[in-house]
Design a binder for this molecule. Structure first.
Ligand code: UDX
Length: 445
């Protein structure tokens, strides 16, 4: 099949590359000339494990091409995917300007029956808007289909190639058949392609992400309660997660969710609810709690240093919003760094992939380090913000030697409290009792 993908961000590039891998001819279109030139010369623009191999192979095989010219990009395409950004507008609702602009441009360019697919996460009713905008200028028959993407960053290729399910919103039999053909290689194991109307498909994506964000947030509140009641969130997690109705996944307490999807999508669903005068109370609570959760360790850091961080240097391990990505959008680390700087502390940071992106927005306000041990050298405390595996088993001898105080504030619960006790650390984590709070005046909030 000939396919076009408009937008070469995370979702667009993964979609384009993976559909090329299943034998289609894919042209990716993006207005960013620099990006397109880089991609054309065979250089990948995002860090996503495993994507580079597929990307190189399909460029070589000439199944994957890039252009800035929409007309050229969609020439001969039977299906056009729209994988464009839907950033939050001023009121938090999803801004559709990029999608609707492309819809306007597409109308006059279509020269035969074409399926236009909304891959971006878009509010309910967007497919109708896209259809109207294309119809205003089109002279041929076309269908607009909603096909939300559920891939996770860091495991995007695996998620795309073996999705738990594919959701397709369309009432056109012709579009349904084509989409079934396109996805057939990805669902051979028997995972379902679920067909529904467009509005339900659009809402499914928001419902899934908001539910997951709620699940995490619920556990974060249980964790906060554990600290106050003398319980251990890890034990509680195991106890509740073994109930198959609840499930083991997405129950890890920490310093909140981040990334490009959960924060934006929860907010957008809340705004969509407002638009129809529905007071979706849980969503407001989820957003509030998550915002507080991100910097919940800061008061404890301040308390440890008797309320005065001036002149202190804090080491940060982990900048990306989660491991295996260089994505720092809404990353809890950024909020913590701002609070530390505002309190007069200096910050040294290390992240396996995210440092370049942070440098772009923070410049020399913090120092970036070559490795995780340089990062702690001479620091007064260590804060852990992202659960990269390399942080899970550090050489504690080096840690003890290089850190000025034996104190760790762990936002991702990487270590066993017992072990930290034996090592003589003050160890503050999430939803568990602080270890050795008296090693140096530390008090648990
Ligand atoms: C998410 C959805 O999972 C995916 O289906 C959708 O397409 C896009 O949004 P992603 O943003 O890549 O994917 O990250 P995900 O792995 O879902 O994690 C989201 C956030 O939740 C991260 O900040 C992560 O640290 C946090 N999280 C996750 C927890 O705090 N606890 C958990 O138990 C799981």
């Amino acid at each position: 099949m000939r396919i076009a993908v408009v937008g070469t961000g995370y979702v667009g590039l993964v979609t384009g590359t993976c559909f090329a891998e299943t034998g289609n001819h894919v042209t990716c279109v993006d207005i960013d000339e620099r990006k397109v030139n880089k991609l054309r010369s065979g250089k990948i623009t995002i860090y996503e494990p495993g994507l580079d191999v597929l990307f190189e192979r399909n460029i070589k095989q000439k199944r994957l091409e890039f252009t800035t010219d929409l007309a050229e990009g969609i020439k001969g395409a039977e299906i056009i995917f729209l994988a464009l950004p839907t950033p939050p507008g001023e009121d938090g609702s999803a801004d559709l300007k990029y999608i609707l602009k492309v819809a306007d441009d597409l109308g006059p360019l279509l020269d035969k029956y074409t399926i236009i697919v909304d891959k971006s996460t878009v509010p309910v009713g967007t497919a109708e808007k896209v259809r109207d905008r294309i119809a205003a200028n089109a002279t041929v028959e076309f269908d607009v289909v909603s096909n939300p993407e559920f891939l996770r960053e860091g495991v995007a290729v695996e998620d795309f190639m073996k999705p738990d399910r594919v959701v397709i919103g369309t009432e056109s039999a012709k579009a349904r058949k084509k989409m079934e053909q396109l996805y057939a290689p990805l669902v051979r194991q028997g995972n379902p392609v679920i067909f529904m109307d467009e509005r339900s498909a659009e809402l499914t994506k928001y419902a899934a992400n908001s539910f997951l964000a709620t699940k995490i947030t619920f556990m974060n509140e249980i964790a906060n309660l554990c600290e106050l009641l003398g319980a251990d969130v890890d034990a509680v997690r195991r106890g509740v997660g073994t109930d198959s109705r609840i499930g083991k996944r997405f129950l890890f307490a920490g310093i909140g969710y981040g990334g490009s999807c959960f924060p934006k999508d929860v907010q957008a669903l809340a705004r969509s609810s407002d638009d129809v005068n529905y007071d979706f109370k849980i969503l407001d609570a989820v957003m509030d709690v998550n915002q507080q959760q991100k910097t919940k360790l800061i008061p404890q850091v301040k308390e440890y240093f008797d309320g005065d961080l001036a002149g202190k240097t804090i080491a940060i391990w982990g900048l990306s919003f989660k491991p295996y990505t260089d994505d720092i959008r809404e990353a809890p680390a950024l909020y913590n760094i701002e609070e530390l700087l505002a309190a007069g502390a200096k910050v040294k940071a290390y992240d396996p992939e995210g440092m370049e992106n942070v440098r772009e927005i923070m410049g020399d306000r913090i120092s970036m380090c070559e490795n995780m041990y340089d990062c702690i050298d001479g620091c007064d405390a260590l804060m852990i913000m992202t659960e990269w595996p390399v942080f899970r088993t550090p050489e504690f001898d080096q840690l003890s030697e290089k850190l000025s105080n034996k104190v760790i504030f762990d936002g991702r619960n990487l270590y066993e409290p017992e072990q930290m006790k034996e090592l003589g650390y003050t160890y503050v984590s999430i939803g568990r009792q602080t270890v050795n709070p008296k090693v140096k005046k530390a008090v648990h909030a």
